[in-house]
Write a protein that binds this ligand. Sequence first.
Ligand SMILES: NC(=O)c1ccc[n+]([C@@H]2O[C@H](COP(=O)([O-])OP(=O)(O)OC[C@H]3O[C@@H](n4cnc5c(N)ncnc54)[C@H](OP(=O)(O)O)[C@@H]3O)[C@@H](O)[C@H]2O)c1
Length: 328
Amino acid sequence: MQAWMCETLDGPASLRWRERPTPEPGADEVVVAIHAASLNFPDLLIVQGKYQFRPELPFTPGAEFAGVVERVGSAVSHLAPGQRVAVLAGTGGFGTHACVKALQVMPLPGDFALRDAAAFAFTYGTAHHALMDRAALQHGETVLVLGAAGGVGTAAIQLAKAAGATVIAAASTDAKCGLCRDLGADHAINYESTDLREAVKAATRGRGVDVVFDPVGGRFAEPAFRSIAWRGRYCVIGFADGQIPALPWNLPLLKGASIVGVFWGDFVRREPEANVRMLGALATLYARGLVKPVIDTVLPMSRLPEAYERLARREILGKLVLVPEALL
Ligand SMILES: NC(=O)c1ccc[n+]([C@@H]2O[C@H](COP(=O)([O-])OP(=O)(O)OC[C@H]3O[C@@H](n4cnc5c(N)ncnc54)[C@H](OP(=O)(O)O)[C@@H]3O)[C@@H](O)[C@H]2O)c1
């Protein structure tokens, strides 16, 4: 097998494509032949040593992937060779094969395309946990999505629309705003060329939004919070901008509003049964055609460094998927 190896925490430029010994599954493990892996923002943080957890070096990045089970360990009974699966293992996806714990492997229904499955659980899981669980979004409410053309942003637009909400998408270019409208956003604001607060005020006729979904942080957080309606919920998803914002505490007081932290990875660990129920609900939405990952580009696995550059330059619309050369 071959895989991209992170040997030092110096970012994507220091990754190396290496020949590796073919893995032997332990009793509770399976070996998966990878058919597709997607790039998520945390894949960038993890090779810089900036993510919440630091795997032991060397490791193969790639949190999320899909493929076909090749071999199963002696204690694994619910998976079999030949089965199509999605995997959320935190690492291991940017290669031809991965050896993972059977618990991290989800069997796929027949109608789930492998490339969609490789670009699904991380973003839709995060967006669903944020909107439906943490923010308790209701039919008829209004949601403002920042970074709306990115991975979790596009998932949030689709899920909020599926829940019967009005969606205001905000992104940095007109092309990104166009994609958001195509995905069903009712309004799209270019926050680089337009005053975010004024534009939200106009779109909501001065009422404000019920829920803010913020994976960006930085300078848009305060105007977004000031755009919140009475009893609004502000979902803190991440800080793609690099800056963790600070907020005057009088703002939540004045709006009777809540700042809601969202940490899907820990939700998976702490509430595994609730997560399994949520993933089942998401698979149903996919089967009904109500959600579908937006795949910007499919690149050969060898072009991972280019994929990372595009992520860092904010050029990816939706998700970028990598496929081993032999399967292109
Ligand atoms: N809390 C959780 O459980 C959880 C789970 C998954 C992801 N996250 C976090 O959510 C954030 C977004 O993840 P994602 O996978 O959606 O990433 P993504 O696809 O790269 O989208 C992030 C968006 O952020 C905006 N952005 C603003 N400044 C940026 C910068 N300096 N560099 C890159 N993007 C920038 C870009 O939109 P514009 O160009 O339109 O501004 C970009 O489309 C990340 O911080 C990630 O760690 C959190």
